[in-house]
Design a protein around this ligand. Structure first.
Ligand code: SER
Length: 584
């Protein structure tokens, strides 16, 4: 059964159960401002899940194009994609667990002919707010699923939503097919990433609304929101070992095969996934940029290019693959064909732009290579600032008979990921896990800004909050009035002066006591460990901080304050950016 037949069967089945078919909404959400992209079929339905009557009724069915970047590091494995299609059926305050689960069972068994002896399900184990979902477990048992194939799991696994900061959510029950091949031993169970259990369907019992301050309030109406991944289910139905063998990817993989010089399964999968996703984003007229959706797109395209080069693809391959994506999808999603020119042009432009960055990266590499083996930090710098995949650095080093500290690279990478997760999480939900050089630069700029404020305003400025995305920094501090234009200018000038001076940035490890003694700034209500890092910007600033930072302030470019406002009594907020992005 190919994907088209699966979709047809699903929609027909639920139509017979009284559902009205709805069309896929765009990837750019129309009804949910809390996320960058539609990550599930429920996004376009948010107002209706909250109680507004839907013009097509209380039972809906459809297929939705989705984009998730949270799983990007898993792309390359058999089942994870950034872009994918999701089938779903919804009850807007109509049927509840009994019908929802029974229909799942019936569809899997009678329509898809899945061997029900291989079906495993998970249900919510309960927590302080929401009780264990005994009801769903009972329904599964009544359908013949034995206890040992019903797994109880917590919030991490069996709770869905909200995808943004606030919205409808609830416990869910997930369906997995056991493919028989365990790669990780006897304790493997659904949710394990080894590939034994393929997750194919999720039914969410949406009866809560999570507020911005983290409270779960009961919804006016109880909804059912289900989602079945089209790629995964097609793979399972055909006994394929990955989604890349399905009709959804086949022509794309064939094109890649034609263009590559070397084989590398993971690289090929990443290229196929990322360029399919990029084509769909571009089809909604979003060009690559350094902000929000355009930034996600830029990262996807550039990542595909890096992997493409790794397997010997020649300049121009990006739009060639996208053309194949367009041909594959033009009937089901006419927007890809309608916007073909824009898609291909933008891809070519972005490829050219990125290759230029890579060229300057090669120059830096050559310099580094002259000094001998490549340290983890240097390999990471190449990755971060010039988009060099580690594999590429290793290969280049090898040609010169040099070694790369791969372990050191991973350490740097992890450290940085940890930091960016903390910094970027809030504003970048639905976006890529941010590992950009931009954020590092803005982080150093934040230290410069804090110190400049202290010196210009001649006050004891204390950080009240900081948030960094690749596009801008946001800094909250104790100050009770608007800064004058003159003060803003003085702060900007002082920061820019320190950038121009090319001050070294370095850190020292010390005890909290020592840090306090030398007058390092810090948010002392925060819990620091016994040992802390103090980041020095020469003798201009010293601040307790986990990093990472640039090595020298001259890397920052030009600093500019773009906004100031009051966020609370006595707290001011400044937003600032850096111009002359080296990533452009
Ligand atoms: N919203 C749920 C999911 O994405 C069900 O569609 O899994």
């Amino acid at each position: 059964m190919d994907s088209k037949e699966l979709k047809k069967k699903y929609i027909e089945f639920f139509k017979k159960k009284g559902h009205a078919e709805i069309k896929s909404s765009p990837l750019v959400p129309e009804n949910d401002p809390t996320v960058l992209f539609t990550t599930a079929g429920m996004h376009p339905l948010v107002p209706f899940l909250l109680g507004q009557p839907h013009p097509s009724g209380k039972r809906l069915v459809g297929v939705q194009k989705c984009l998730r970047t949270g799983d990007i590091d898993d792309v390359g494995d058999p089942t994870h994609n950034t872009f994918f299609e999701m089938l779903g059926n919804w009850s807007l305050g109509d049927y509840w667990k009994e019908d929802a689960i029974k229909w799942c069972y019936e569809f899997l068994k009678d329509e898809l002919k899945i061997d029900m002896n291989k079906l495993h399900v998970t249900v919510f184990a309960g927590n302080e707010t929401v009780p264990k979902d005994e009801e769903s477990a009972k329904i599964w048992k009544s359908l013949g699923i034995p206890e040992d194939r019903i797994h109880y799991m917590g919030m991490e696994d069996n709770w869905w939503g909200p995808p943004g900061e606030e919205g409808p959510c609830g416990p869910d029950t997930e369906m997995f097919v056991d493919t028989g091949k365990s790669k990780c031993g006897p304790n493997c169970k659904p949710g394990c990433g080894c590939g034994k259990y393929f997750e194919i369907w999720n039914a969410v019992f949406m009866e809560y609304f999570k507020t911005k301050d983290g409270k779960f309030e009961p919804l006016k109406q109880k909804n059912v929101d289900t989602g079945m991944g089209v790629e995964r289910t097609t793979a399972i139905l055909n006994g394929y070992k990955s989604v890349y063998e399905t009709d959804l990817f086949k022509p794309i993989m064939e094109k890649i095969n034609e263009l590559k010089e070397k084989s590398d399964e993971k690289a090929e999968r990443i290229i196929a996934d990322h360029l399919r996703a990029s084509t769909f984003i571009l089809a909604e007229k979003i060009p690559p940029s350094n902000v929000e959706r355009g930034y996600v797109l830029r990262r996807l395209i550039r990542r595909a290019i890096r992997y493409g080069r790794l397997i010997g693809m020649k300049e121009g391959f990006v739009s060639k693959i996208a053309k194949t994506v367009i041909e594959r999808y033009k009937e089901e999603y006419p927007e890809v064909k309608q916007n073909e020119e824009f898609i291909l042009e933008e891809l070519d432009k972005e490829e050219k732009r990125f290759l230029k960055t890579l060229e300057s990266g090669l120059k830096v590499f050559n310099k580094i290579a002259k000094e001998g083996n490549i340290s983890g930090e240097k390999a990471f710098l190449l990755f971060q600032s010039y988009g060099f995949p580690l594999e590429m650095t290793v290969e280049l080093a090898k040609e010169r008979g040099l070694k790369v500290d791969v372990e050191g690279f991973h350490k740097e990478y992890k450290k940085h990921q940890e930091i960016s997760r903390k910094g970027a999480e809030k504003e970048f939900k639905g976006g890529l896990a941010d590992t950009s050089y931009e954020s590092i630069k803005l982080h150093t700029a934040t230290h410069l800004l804090a110190e400049a404020l202290r010196r210009v305003l001649k006050r004891d400025i204390i950080q009240k909050g900081s948030n960094i995305t690749p596009e801008r920094l946001r800094f909250d501090f104790n100050f009770d009035r608007k800064l004058t234009d003159e003060e803003i200018k003085k702060v900007e000038d002082l920061v820019n002066e320190k950038i121009k001076e090319g001050l070294p940035v370095y850190r020292k490890e010390m005890t909290l006591e020592e840090a306090k003694k030398i007058g390092a700034q810090g948010v002392f209500e925060e819990k620091y460990g016994d040992k802390v890092y103090v980041y020095f910007i020469d003798d201009f600033s010293k601040e307790i901080c986990g990093g990472p930072h640039v090595k020298n302030t001259k890397e920052l470019g030009k600093f500019k304050i773009v906004k100031q406002k009051s966020v609370a009594a006595g707290v001011r907020r400044i937003k600032a950016i850096l111009l002359n992005n080296s990533d452009e």
